[in-house]
Design a protein around this ligand. Structure first.
Ligand SMILES: [Zn+2]
Length: 126
């Protein structure tokens, strides 16, 4: 097993995790339990004022935050499952063909769950 790579990836993932959590904390608050969609964070609705313009900006900002939050949370989930995979010893294995994912690919994107060949096949199918 490539212990060195795993150690490096663990470090990278841990850093990524705290970065994502900090960003999420900036625009949402963590709920005690995930909702039905599996989301653990709730976006804060900011109140700018009562005028129509202000209300429109509130909604625009809220929906911006909402999509950003969803993006961040799904990135966080990927990071968490990669960390779990390292612990379970299943990290770095392609989920489709069960081959080992190349070290270069993992270093470039530590949350990769598929090898380049499978990723290519999938992208072409889309
Ligand atoms: Zn594969």
């Amino acid at each position: 097993m490539k212990t060195r790579l795993f150690e490096d990836m663990k470090t990278a993932l841990t850093e990524e995790k705290s970065k994502l959590e900090a960003e999420l904390a900036g625009l949402s608050h963590r709920k005690p339990r995930p909702n039905e969609a599996g989301q653990t964070f709730a976006v804060q609705y900011e109140n700018f004022g009562e005028s129509e313009d202000e209300n429109a900006s509130e909604i625009a900002q809220y929906s911006d935050n909402l999509s950003l939050e969803q993006e961040l949370e799904s990135a966080l989930k990927d990071v968490e499952s990669a960390m779990k995979a390292i612990e379970n010893g299943t990290y770095g294995v392609c989920k489709y063909c069960k081959q080992v994912i190349s070290e270069d690919r993992l270093r470039a994107r530590p949350t990769s769950t598929s090898c380049i060949a499978c990723k290519k096949t999938l992208t072409q199918e889309l």
